[in-house]
Design a protein around this ligand. Structure first.
Ligand code: UT7
Length: 331
């Protein structure tokens, strides 16, 4: 990565809504079992936003924690990148609601729609902007309230997806630390594999398609599983090669939390011990753009990341998209 100055993470934080929905609760809602969900996905429970909470509310809470962690005030932020596919409104961007609620009066704001890869895409954009010296501090948030866009009668999706948010402040760091490099990828031809058909400009919402639940998420689980299991190690190897590192140089991998089996197969393909992969899918399910920053924030809180550690983040999901980045932790 070409840089004029080192860019890294100055602070992180996350927020998960209070309400816990367990596999046992889901047994009462759809034809499923705790045993199936645990065995096939690793998920035991997930968080669901309160009726008054929308995606920007979760983003604000995570953002405030990241700011506090970085010792910064909202006025010091130059830009907010809100990574989400479940914004409060079709427009305006949820990033603008976050900007207002935080009182980030000096910040621009936009939404970034790269699904479960969104947060890593956001870090790539932010780190480059900081590295060129064009801006100083960028708040990157990954937040979702997927409970409002999933079909609660569809056991293929409703046992997987959930709500949550994580955030990081990206800014200049000591030379020799911060982002080494990143890889961003997309394969739009596979876009039908995870899609919300109605509500966009192609299929506007009608009474009929709402009845058919076309305004809610649909997923071809096994297609996405095959894609995810292939792309996760590939995206990791690509960013390692770009950064001139090997998997053995990485202290902790923080992958998108979609399914513990995808993480296990990635670790095996990379010939790395599973203990080097941070896993919290059992507690939160798949929170799409929220997943990587929540995992990163929890890993840091648990003391799993220390100054000088090489940290690798990887996301994959709707689009189809994938993204990976590697950084030397600077704090
Ligand atoms: O964040 C974006 C990335 N998303 C992902 O990475 C998700 C990737 N996909 C997956 O994680 C997995 O494909 C799933 C967890 C969605 C499904 O697991 P699977 O092992 O691939 O199961 P399957 O789709 O092959 O289904 C196996 C069986 C089917 O029954 P039959 O046809 O064999 O009789 C399904 O109908 O399991 C059934 N099934 C369920 N049974 C109980 C599917 N969902 C459920 C359920 N409870 N919730």
């Amino acid at each position: 990565m070409k840089t004029l100055r080192a860019a890294g993470i100055l602070g992180i934080g996350h927020y998960a809504p209070e309400k816990v929905l367990t596999n046992k609760d889901l047994e009462k809602m759809v034809d499923t079992t705790d045993e199936w969900i645990t065995e096939r996905t690793g998920i035991k429970e997930r968080r669901i936003a309160a009726p008054h909470e929308a995606t920007s509310d979760l983003g604000v809470k995570a953002g405030l924690r990241a700011l506090e962690n970085a010792g910064l005030k909202a006025e010091e932020i130059d830009l907010i990148i809100m990574c989400t596919l479940s914004a409060d409104y079709k427009f305006p961007a949820a990033g603008c609601q976050v900007q207002d609620k935080l009182g980030a009066v000096n910040a621009g704001a936009f939404d970034l729609a790269a699904g479960c890869s969104g947060f890593v895409y956001g870090l790539a954009v932010a780190s480059q902007m900081v590295a060129t010296g064009s801006v100083n501090k960028i708040l990157v948030i990954g937040a979702e309230v997927l409970s409002r866009v999933i079909n609660w009668e569809d056991r293929n999706t409703c046992v997987l997806f959930a709500d949550g948010a994580g955030a990081a402040v990206v800014g200049p760091v000591e030379e020799g630390y911060g982002f080494y490099d990143y890889v961003l990828g997309a394969d739009g031809a596979g876009g039908e594999a995870i899609i919300c058909h109605a509500g966009g400009s192609r299929i506007p919402v009608t009474e009929e398609n709402v009845r058919e639940k076309l305004h809610l998420a649909q997923m071809d689980g096994s297609e996405v599983f095959k894609f995810a299991s292939r792309i996760m190690p590939e995206a990791i190897n690509k960013v390692l090669a770009k950064a001139g590192l090997t998997a053995d140089d990485i202290d902790i991998f923080v992958p998108h939390q979609a399914n513990v089996r995808i993480i296990q197969s990635g670790a095996k393909r990379l010939k790395q011990p599973l203990e080097k992969f941070f896993i919290n899918v059992q507690k939160y399910g798949n929170t799409s753009a929220g997943s990587v920053p929540i995992a990163l924030s929890e890993a840091w809180e648990e003391g799993r990341i220390k100054k000088g550690d090489n940290v690798l983040l990887v996301g994959f999901g709707t689009g189809l998209t994938w993204a990976s980045c590697v950084l030397k932790w600077s704090r």
